[in-house]
Design a protein around this ligand. Structure first.
Ligand code: ASP
Length: 315
């Protein structure tokens, strides 16, 4: 993505997870399916922004499309926990006032990002976890589904393969995780970020990743930018990736790309991999990732729409 001048009326970037997607490793069907999902998500977010909607509404709309798409590890298509269920994490943040909402370990809400938004707007809290998050979702009358609805055969196969290989632990880039996220700048110049994930295959003991942790996997601040991350969550938590990028921009005057490159290099030095997408109040979009590929896409009022998977394609 390149800097658009003059400032576009709105801009939007999405990701569908970072992983080992090398050219030739995905089947044409997998590639086409993921690209179609990314296009549909961009269309949903772009429609909101084109109609004058807020960045918060746009990132929610884009993420909900990806949550419904089984190609991605969020909502339907989420990875399995060790016990064979699904516990979903999501967050959303408004850069205009730094309002934020998040859920960890929700189990029955079709669109976890909608639940995160309800936490932000209709509760006094920022992060709800487990049973309480499910209860709040019902009270908010958000669409509920049976936990098995989130599963797919491919994700079950990944769990079985992981259980058969005890040497493999933590983040396995070969499993093409597919966490989803969106960042946007709206016509008022406000930014927002949202992230949604099923977490890591075979996760145990109520493990929570970076995605729902404000400042780690998700952050938005009109004074800096909006960030949504994907990757080995434990490292992103320890780095405080999303807030660290915003802090560097704010306090050191770095561009979003400069800040993201330094922070992702630091994550890599600790042993983590993954990526981030970025939307600045200037309308500038960018991304940075340290895996072979990252499902991603961008759209802006005057810049058209593009999606990409591999690292040798610029968007
Ligand atoms: N960051 C996510 C987590 O750790 C996983 C991912 O992005 O693929 O839960």
């Amino acid at each position: 993505m390149s800097t658009a001048t003059p400032k576009p009326r709105w801009s939007l970037a999405i990701h569908g997870g970072a992983g080992s997607m090398r050219r030739g490793a995905l089947t044409p069907e997998q590639e086409a399916g993921a690209e179609a999902g990314l296009h549909a998500a961009l269309d949903a977010g772009a429609a909101v922004l084109e109609a004058g909607g807020s960045a918060v509404e746009a990132v929610q709309a884009a993420v909900q499309v990806l949550e419904d798409d089984p190609h991605f590890n969020a909502g339907r298509g989420s990875v399995f926990t060790w016990e064979g269920g699904h516990t979903l994490d999501a967050a959303i943040m408004d850069g205009a006032n730094r309002a934020a909402g998040a859920v960890a370990g929700s189990t029955t809400t079709r669109h976890p990002v909608a639940l995160a938004r309800a936490v932000m707007e209709n509760s006094r809290h920022v992060l709800l976890a487990g049973e309480g998050a499910d209860q709040f979702a019902r009270e908010q009358q958000l669409e509920q589904v049976d936990n098995v609805w989130f599963g797919t055969e491919e994700r079950r196969r990944q769990l079985d393969s992981m259980k058969g290989d005890t040497a493999r632990g933590g983040f396995d880039v070969d499993m093409k995780y597919g966490t989803v996220g969106a960042v946007a700048m709206d016509a008022q110049g406000h930014v927002a970020a949202a992230t949604s994930t099923g977490g890591l295959t075979g996760k145990r003991w109520g493990r929570v990743g970076d995605s729902p942790l404000i400042g780690a996997g998700t952050y938005a601040d009109d004074r800096a930018c909006a960030v949504s991350a994907t990757g080995s969550g434990e490292f992103f938590i320890r780095e405080g990736v999303a807030h660290e990028i915003c802090a560097r921009m704010r306090l050191r005057g770095e561009t979003a790309r400069q800040a993201a490159e330094v922070v992702m290099a630091d994550v890599k030095a600790m042993g983590g991999v993954g990526g981030v997408i970025l939307a600045a109040p200037s309308g500038e979009l960018d991304w940075c990732f340290t895996t072979p590929g990252m499902y991603r896409g961008s759209a802006s009022a005057d810049g058209g729409k593009r999606v990409a998977i591999y690292d040798d394609v610029r968007i």
